[in-house]
Design a binder for this molecule. Structure first.
Ligand code: ATP
Ligand code: MG
Length: 220
């Protein structure tokens, strides 16, 4: 079953992009909340290739991040994982991904791009923000420590500039982040219940996040 076949039928799709290094319950809770609120047919998780803004840190092999995302989304019929970014060489830009995805969908599909409140602040620095904002709605979800006033300010500014649809959504404040999970794993602290059991098992099986060498295991 190809990606193309499954996306063709969807009237609305939410896109959850991320490094997913590793994917965790914060991502999953957010995706499910957005699916429910906007009644989308599917949430597509798109593990990033080489994100332009995270170029400094050595990220875990694409195939590991992809497989962890597949494992994490297994129990939700409405969740899918796309290889669109990890199979594309070079730097990752959201605009290219959205355009490629749109090609695979019905022409009248409605797209929602999910992003943490932290990322909304930076949207104007992304590649071609204007075109990006015209192609999809944005859903800005809060995460712990966000500055509500600043977020509202940003959203207002973007709306005035681009008359685009930006939605604001509070999800249960999960103080979970991939970087915290990586650090916990490195220090031998528990990561259980912060992410799906299958992902924890995968991390242990492949000794991810324990030291630099193992972290950089090449899959392909
Ligand atoms: P890192 O700590 O390495 O930055 P992360 O936990 O932020 O990782 P990403 O893969 O960078 O995970 O996040 C993908 C998307 O999910 C981003 O839009 C981010 O804002 C959002 N996100 C991450 N963690 C949470 C959370 N706990 N609650 C809600 N949204 C989250
Ligand atoms: Mg992050």
């Amino acid at each position: 079953r190809s990606e193309i076949a499954s996306f063709r039928e969807c009237k609305s799709i939410a896109i959850m992009g991320g490094t997913f290094d590793p994917i965790h319950n914060g991502h999953l809770v957010t995706a499910e909340a957005v699916r429910h609120r906007f009644n989308v047919d599917k949430v597509i998780f798109i593990p990033t290739g080489r994100p332009a803004h995270k170029a400094k840190r050595q990220i875990t092999a694409n195939e590991h991040r992809y497989l962890m995302t597949v494992l994490a989304t297994m129990r939700n019929q409405n969740f899918e994982v796309s290889r669109i970014e990890i199979d594309r060489p070079g730097m990752t830009y959201t605009i290219d991904t959205i355009e490629a995805l749109k090609q695979m969908c019905r022409p009248d599909v409605r797209l929602y791009f999910i992003t943490g409140a932290d990322a909304i602040h930076q949207i104007m620095n992304w590649k071609e923000p204007e075109r990006l904002l015209s192609l999809c709605d944005f859903v800005a979800v809060t995460r712990p420590g966000y500055d509500r006033e600043r977020l509202y300010g940003d959203i207002r500014e973007i709306k005035e500039k681009f008359t685009s649809r930006i939605h604001f959504m509070e999800v249960p404040a999960l103080a979970i982040s991939s970087s915290d999970i990586r650090n916990r794993e490195k220090r031998g602290e528990p990561i259980k219940y912060l992410l799906p059991q299958a992902v924890e098992d995968y991390i242990h099986k492949f000794c991810l996040y324990q030291d630099k060498e193992k972290d950089e295991v090449k899959f392909m």
